[in-house]
Design a protein around this ligand. Structure first.
Ligand SMILES: Cc1cc2nc3c(=O)[nH]c(=O)nc-3n(C[C@H](O)[C@H](O)[C@H](O)COP(=O)(O)O)c2cc1C
Length: 312
């Protein structure tokens, strides 16, 4: 058995597999399948100051090797999160990650303030949601926007801060460097990539919101490329996600530079996916003589003799 433990921003994880925000509710949605403790961590549903009903349906569409969603941060608001949801998992042996989203830097700061002393180990700052009219990916697409949010959150946060980045940024490594210099303790990437599908009969978008975020296996190569770029641009840990569906995918994320992975859409296809991924990582490490999974982090090297590689 390999040692799968990792430490991110001073927080120890028993294994590096984390349920991704928006795909695991507030931690108890999969209790019929496996105990929460099987996971290294859980990133809880994105939470805003006020309750949000989310966007109108249909808000899910199938795609080749993936799915679109335009849920739009449906959540009961920070008060209900603290009062009703968090206490249900407060005593559980799993890293709890609150995922927050605001319409302004001040709102993000207030959310971080409200989480002070709460039973969460990390705060994941979502500056990358493509499905909301205000805030969301607009903050994550520019260094100025990203910095304005992280600066406010760091003034208030009682827990280490993970900044969740968007693939919509022109240069995601530049955004990562900007949030690192503002005090971010880790980054996670990638959030969904904006997409659309059109119904041939009605000639209308399938999603009532017109556009939605693409997740699932189709995203994996894009995510790997971005994890590679970001992990080579910053010193803080990188949590990789986007299409991770197997232990091999997770190992690939590590080789690209991730210190842990999150698993989202794969849960909808197979609710046991994260547990299987943990087992498959273990087996892969065993057959490859890897004692500590953390040793795999960033262990891939580019073909540097290719004259074009620097264009990255
Ligand atoms: C239905 C759904 C809801 C999501 N909600 C959130 C959210 O509230 N906050 C957030 O940061 N990311 C959210 N995401 C993005 C995922 O956490 C993840 O970044 C993305 O889906 C890529 O990973 P995957 O391919 O493993 O799903 C959501 C994704 C899906 C599919």
């Amino acid at each position: 058995m390999a040692d799968l433990s990792v430490t991110i921003a001073g927080v120890p994880f028993k294994n590096p597999v984390i349920a991704a925000s928006g795909c695991f509710g507030f931690g108890l949605e999969y209790e019929d399948f496996f105990p929460l403790e099987a996971l290294g961590g859980v990133s809880l549903k994105g939470t805003t100051l006020e309750a949000r009903a989310g966007n109108r349906p249909p808000r899910i569409a199938e795609t080749p090797a993936g799915m679109l969603n335009s849920v739009g941060l449906q959540n009961p608001g920070i008060d209900a999160f603290l009062r009703e949801e968090l206490p249900k998992i407060a005593g559980r042996d799993v890293v709890r990650i609150a995922n927050i989203a605001g319409r302004s830097p001040a709102e993000y700061r207030e959310l971080a303030e409200r989480l002070r002393g709460a039973a969460v180990d990390l705060i994941e700052v979502n500056i990358s949601c493509p499905n909301v009219r205000e805030g969301g990916a607009a903050f994550g697409a520019t260094c100025e926007g990203a910095v304005s949010v992280v600066r406010e959150v760091k003034k208030a946060a009682g827990q280490p801060v993970v900044v969740k980045l968007t693939p919509a940024a022109a240069d995601i490594a530049e955004i990562a460097r900007a949030v690192e210099s503002e005090g971010a303790d880790a980054v996670s990437l990638i959030n969904t990539l904006l997409g659309m599908r059109i119904d041939l009969e009605s000639r209308r978008p399938v999603l009532r919101n017109n556009f939605g975020g693409l997740s699932g296996p189709a995203l994996l190569p894009v995510a790997l490329r971005m994890v590679w770029q970001v992990s080579h641009a910053v010193k803080i840990p990188v949590i990789g996600m986007g299409g991770v569906s197997s232990g091999r995918d997770a190992v690939e994320m590590f080789l690209a530079g991730a210190s842990a992975v999150q698993v989202g859409a794969a849960l909808f296809r197979d609710p046991f996916a994260p547990v299987k991924i943990i087992g498959e990582m273990n087996a892969w490490c065993d057959t490859h003589g890897v004692e500590y999974v953390r040793d795999l982090r960033g262990a891939a090297s580019l073909w540097e003799d290719d004259p074009d590689w620097r264009l990255l």
